[in-house]
Design a protein around this ligand. Structure first.
Ligand code: ADP
Length: 465
């Protein structure tokens, strides 16, 4: 290690987020003896998370429910006036915004994340593809540049072979992707994709890649310190998706052959080292039916499903993020991961996302007051939540996540049973939930054998019964 270690402990940290992830981060901070600061929109003035922080400050009430959390100037002002040392962005909102990371650094506030240069390098799907090529990490056949004209798109699609996928380089959250099965449809889809991307993501950068039929979504959690050391925390299988959005996630990805898993871990470390990655991040791969892995993107932030990796490795990822931002190296006593061998994967962990989505009504999020709320708990169950309690009013402004139920057991089937039992213990009245649907997924033999693929939900009608 050539770089000189420099540590500056935080006394106070602001969390630029809301809901369950804000509470998750407050908990990690409190355990480290750090004072917590919450910010909240007008719409969140009665939300539980703000009362879980030591201090809490309103954002600009004129901005609206989402924009309030994207308002860099106000957030920096609050951070400066309350004297915080650092900001944790959580996921979503400003977590992947390099301008926000820069604004923090300019004002002498540490941004708990990888920093703007890495975000710029990995920020959109095209640039992260370029780096993957540089790091000799396999990517899906296609192009690594934005396509301007339809004719060019047609030429590339013909080379790649139908079906192809049109992707918005800046797309996220499962949006900005279109499958095109034949050339006749390409022109219309291409033009629509460009327009949609411009509206939703601020530019019209579209690229093409081969559409893989029924792949698995496997991702690797990595952690790097400020001194060039990187380890992985094994993998997660996030193949159970609806409309390209994750519904159930588990660790480790036991159904992938060991040699392929090792290949993915090595590729992840290689890619992270190529960009000089620091702090926590996730590399996402698709694995096709022949078990060939392809890198699709890197997320430079904490993810919703980080919990399952925490359960199987016993490493608190959020605390580690904070310690790394303070300047601790991985081999310090505080972090205590001197080498990859110190990361041990034990047992199996499954996360189900309990939401107010109504499976009987095309998963439309329900809103209103929760009149009864009793959670499942007990041996092997962890709940990360905070939006849901008796009397809570679920507004239409934010995502529909109520609570994440996370199980841990020595065997995968044991974890499945614990998850089902906990979900069945839950009583949530006043709003509809997806609990019966989640139980159907967990009970399904395809899920229990670890053989789910990304189109499993849409191709399995009995899950809706
Ligand atoms: P986002 O940034 O919106 O989450 P991702 O690139 O991570 O988008 O892809 C999300 C999901 O979309 C993947 O897990 C997979 O189900 C599907 N997907 C993405 N690219 C392809 C592809 N080339 N072929 C088949 N499915 C894909």
């Amino acid at each position: 290690m050539s770089k000189k270690v420099s540590v500056k402990k935080f006394r106070k940290v602001l969390v630029a987020n809301r809901g369950e992830i804000a509470i998750r981060i407050f908990r990690a901070l409190s355990e480290l003896g750090i004072t917590t600061v919450s910010i909240y929109s007008k719409e969140d003035r009665y939300a539980m998370f703000r009362s879980k922080a030591d201090e809490s400050y309103p954002l600009n009430p004129q901005k609206g429910p989402i924009d309030a959390y994207l308002d860099i100037d106000t957030i920096i002002k609050i951070a400066l006036s309350t004297g915080v040392d650092a900001i944790h962005p959580g996921y979503g909102f400003l977590s992947e915004n390099p301008d926000f990371a820069d604004a923090c650094e300019r004002n002498g506030i540490v941004f708990i994340g990888p920093g703007s240069n890495i975000m710029n390098a990995m920020g959109d799907k095209i640039s992260s593809k370029k780096i993957a090529i540089e790091a000799n990490v396999p990517i899906i056949p296609g192009v690594d540049y934005a396509i301007k004209e339809v004719d060019e798109a047609k030429k590339i699609a013909a080379q790649v072979g139908y079906p192809v996928m049109l992707k918005a380089s800046n797309g996220g959250g499962g949006r900005g992707m279109r499958i095109v099965n034949q050339e006749e449809d390409l022109e219309k889809e291409f033009n629509e994709a460009k327009n949609e991307s411009k509206k939703a993501f601020g530019d019209d950068m579209i690229f093409i890649e081969k559409y893989l039929r029924g792949p698995k979504h496997i991702e690797v959690q990595i952690i790097g310190d400020n001194y060039g050391n990187v380890v992985h925390l094994y993998d997660r299988d996030c193949s159970v998706q609806r409309r390209h959005q994750k519904v159930v996630e588990y660790a480790p990805a036991f159904s992938i052959p060991e040699t392929v898993r090792q290949e993915i871990f090595d590729a992840s470390i290689r890619l992270a080292k190529t960009v000089g990655y620091r702090n926590a991040g996730t590399l996402e791969f698709l694995v096709d039916a022949d078990n060939h892995p392809y890198f699709i993107e890197m997320n430079p932030r904490i993810q919703v499903e980080h919990t399952v990796s925490e359960m199987v490795t016993d490493i608190d990822i959020v605390q580690t993020q904070i310690l790394i931002a303070e300047g601790y190296p991985l081999d310090s006593e505080e972090i205590a991961i001197p080498s990859q061998e110190n990361v041990v994967c034990t047992g199996y962990s499954i996360q189900t996302r309990v939401t107010t989505e109504d499976p009987a009504n095309n998963f439309l999020p329900d809103t209103g007051e929760i009149t009864v709320y009793r959670s499942g708990s007990g041996n092997g169950i962890r709940l990360d939540g905070g939006n849901a309690y008796t009397g809570a009013v679920i507004s239409p402004y934010y995502d529909s996540l109520l609570v994440k139920a996370i199980s841990h057991d020595r065997t995968f089937l044991g974890a499945v049973r614990k998850s089902i039992r906990a979900l069945q213990e839950m009583r949530i009245r006043g709003v509809k939930t997806n609990i019966p649907f989640l139980v159907n997924v967990l009970n399904h033999p395809t899920f229990q054998s670890g053989q789910c693929y990304t189109t499993f939900i849409e191709e399995t009608p009995e899950l809706f019964e």
